[in-house]
Design a protein around this ligand. Sequence first.
Ligand SMILES: [Zn+2]
Length: 125
Amino acid sequence: MVCPKCGTETDSPKNFCEQCGFDLRDIKAQESLLKTDPVLVSMNNQYACYGIVRLVAGLAALAFLFLIYQWLENNIPERLGDIGLFLFLPALIVFIVFSVLRGSMRKKIQRELANRTQGNTYNNV
Ligand SMILES: [Zn+2]
């Protein structure tokens, strides 16, 4: 695990960062919640799916842009250039939409995690 305060890689059995002494118990609790809590697991899966769609759409947009460029350079027939022109914008829109969805899902997960670990901290005190 990586310490969120100083970025040092720390062995998992330890509760405090060796470098800066940061309390890693909340982070560990969050990591295990992400693996075990059904709500968080499904949120995390959704987050991963958004990431995949975003990546594919981004790569497609780049490929269509490349097609447009090749067509402008007269390297490929106009028919292929048309494909690039028609599909570049939709791919870009899908990329942007899923970037936003992914970002908001990330915030939701962080909020959910913060809510739950705060509860745990109270119980430990
Ligand atoms: Zn640290």
